[in-house]
Design a protein around this ligand. Structure first.
Ligand code: PSU
Ligand code: MN
Length: 304
């Protein structure tokens, strides 16, 4: 039996010509942003990757096929679809087996990227240790995937809805390289700063690619998390967001939201409570991450 992989035209061409490719996830499209901003953003992110010298490969499962790169029509269909599964390591293969349709989270996108020979992946923010995880054990499978799969993930830091110090502790335990781009402290998604010291700092894309290549040559499993701070003009200061996040978290608790629904619920409520400002920031940071990921992918091409 073989994995039902389908490559888009442009990804097929990039593979044949061995030019840089950047993987992009699809949960941010189906569960992270409302329509039509989700599909508009997906197009802009793909364009940003192309403009910076790489080919975008948006990843999703459509009718039991694992797509590496989506056509415009497939992207539109996914962005509008309701009841799309949110796939992670646990349910990825089952979705393929049952002919289902699912969006890939950071964890599932890393798995797919690795299968397709793609070393770099751009997203918004990774999942992590949720606040109160000592009671409900809600720790994103994204963290374990970073420990296992050799892909460099460019994000804007752990989402501020999480317990960021605990997320950093788990990443350290799992041996994941946590690198912040061009600053000393960890960015926290909608805000540039968290005040928490980043374990590592790098200032150039070439060094980031080299560290991943050396990691693989040394036989160290797993990838790297690159935290790329949101551009200054697009950030929402932490002090402004803190009460809104607290309210969204309270509502989630009161309404008994659990498991996979927690992150989409919180992102949706924060969007409403900030009158859409959180979405504008989210779009700006994803674009910024796509640019850096393309630069890193180009460096992989030169060094590998
Ligand atoms: N980044 C965003 N929006 C999102 C996500 C990331 O800007 O919706 C998604 C990613 O797919 C990530 C997932 O893997 O949220 C984490 O979900 P959970 O906390 O349930 O593991
Ligand atoms: Mn979770």
């Amino acid at each position: 039996m073989t994995i039902p992989l389908q490559f888009s035209h442009e990804v097929t061409k990039a593979r044949a010509q061995k030019t840089p490719i950047v993987a992009l996830e699809s949960t941010i499209i189906t569960h992270g942003m409302p329509y039509p901003q989700n599909v508009e953003t997906a197009h802009r992110v793909q364009e940003m990757v192309r403009k910076n010298g790489a080919t975008p490969a948006t990843i999703a499962v459509l009718d039991g096929n694992l797509h590496i790169g989506l056509s415009d029509a497939q992207l539109e269909q996914l962005a509008k679809a309701k009841d799309v599964a949110k796939l992670s390591r646990a349910d990825f293969a089952a979705c393929l087996a049952s002919g289902g349709t699912g969006a890939t989270t950071v964890a599932a996108t890393m798995i797919a990227a690795h299968l397709a020979g793609i070393s770099v992946f751009a997203t918004g923010g990774i999942g992590g240790v949720h606040r109160g995880a000592e009671l409900d054990f809600d720790i994103s499978a994204d963290l374990h995937e970073l420990a296992k799969t050799p892909v460099t993930v460019v994000a804007a830091g752990p989402k501020a809805i999480l317990d960021v110090p605990k997320t950093l502790e788990v990443l350290e335990t799992l041996g994941v390289s946590v690198i912040t781009f061009k600053q000393n402290d960890i960015p926290s998604f909608w805000s540039r700063h968290s005040g928490l010291q980043s374990p590592l700092r790098m200032d150039c894309a070439g060094e980031i690619a080299r560290a991943q290549i050396l990691r693989m040559e040394m036989g160290l499993a797993g990838g790297q998390l690159v935290n790329n701070p949101i551009p200054k003009q697009a950030e929402i200061p932490q002090s402004e967001l803190a009460p809104i996040i607290a309210q969204a978290l309270n509502e989630a608790r009161e309404q008994g939201i659990i498991a996979k629904s927690v992150t989409p619920f919180l992102l949706g409520r924060i969007f409403e409570l900030t009158n859409g400002a959180s979405l504008r920031s989210n779009i700006a940071l994803v674009l910024n991450n796509a640019r850096l990921a393309a630069e890193i992918a180009c460096e992989f091409g030169k060094q590998a």
